[in-house]
Design a protein. Structure first.
Length: 315
């Protein structure tokens, strides 16, 4: 006689903690590269962001009387990703404020992990950009290009503003030897981390591939170098580590591709027509708002039910 068991019938050994610590391992190459290119200033920002997120999560879970789950690693992932999208020379107190915004206001206020609407790290970056625009757009050149900490523009900023600054070579952008946010500069090191996530089946190809190909294709259509637009900003970091966030991305394969397509189109439009040189953070946050709608219309239809024009199902 067959044994009867209750749901779920399909089980996995994966836990939130295992997934988060896998993501942390995947971020190590880019973290090491950021310290190599920008020095100890980058490490200080990372430490402050991680500590702020860690402390904010403990504080919020005490305030909201929830179980303390800070040791699952999600706060540290958010902290490192937040640091990765900040300039190396940002004042440390601003980085700490960003950690509070990311965890307390963007994640825990909505119910904690699995309930937040927007990507916490990118939301914190957006708040900091609006609040402190000068500090958030003050970038420094890599150590190999300078002796003292001098400000410079990112490759996208040089092109956007028509500046006479020196554009890094494709090799430099691939390796990470260019101005930019702390963790976004090295395509090579980010891809190493992404390959690790693919090997662990933490992420799938649907969002990153659709996102990157869309930006490259649209850039090609208007006569720009697709490789430049793929490597010059935060597209690689955003596509593999931000847009693929489980909580704020669609559930279905078709939904993920729609999400990536939307991110790619918005990123290109902001870069091409908008007032900012970069559009990755804004595009992902905007598409986060559409995730419930995307899920609603891409979820498989239940057997024996049909979908009405309003989106509801009936027999």
């Amino acid at each position: 006689m067959a044994e009867i068991r209750w749901a779920p019938h399909i089980r996995s050994n994966e836990t939130t903690a295992k997934i988060m610590w896998s993501v942390l391992l995947a971020l190590v190459p880019a973290l090491a590269g950021s310290i190599y290119f920008f020095g100890l200033a980058a490490l200080e920002v990372v430490v402050v962001c991680a500590a702020s997120c860690f402390a904010s999560e403990i504080l919020s879970q005490i305030v909201f009387r929830r179980e303390i789950k800070v040791y699952d690693g999600s706060a540290l992932v958010t902290g490192i990703l937040l640091a990765f999208v900040l300039p190396p020379a940002i004042p440390l107190w601003m980085a700490a404020v960003g950690g509070f915004v990311a965890i307390f206001l963007t994640k825990e206020l909505f119910g904690g992990i699995g309930y937040n609407i927007f990507n916490p790290a990118l939301t914190a970056r957006a708040v900091l950009t609006v609040s402190f625009p000068l500090e958030m757009t003050r970038f420094t050149a890599p150590l190999s290009y300078r002796i003292d900490a001098v400000t410079t523009a990112t490759p996208l900023g040089i092109v956007k503003e028509g500046l006479n600054g020196h554009l890094p070579s494709m090799l430099d952008m691939f390796l990470g030897n260019r101005a930019g946010c702390i963790g976004e500069t090295s395509t090579l090191l980010l891809l190493i981390g992404a390959i690790f996530l693919f090997s662990r089946r933490i992420i799938t190809w649907h969002i990153p591939a659709t996102y990157i190909v869309t930006v490259a294709f649209l850039s090609f259509l208007v006569g720009h170098n697709p490789l430049f637009h793929v490597m010059a900003g935060g597209l690689i970091l955003g596509a593999f580590f931000m847009a693929t966030d489980y909580t704020t991305s669609p559930l279905t394969k078709n939904g993920k591709m729609i999400f990536g397509l939307g991110c790619g189109i918005i990123t290109f439009l902001i870069r091409e027509k908008g007032g900012y040189a970069e559009g990755v953070a804004s595009s992902i946050i905007f598409m986060n708002m559409l995730v419930p709608l995307i899920d609603r219309y891409t979820m498989p239809k239940k057997f024996g039910l049909s979908r009405t024009r309003s989106g509801k199902t009936h027999k």
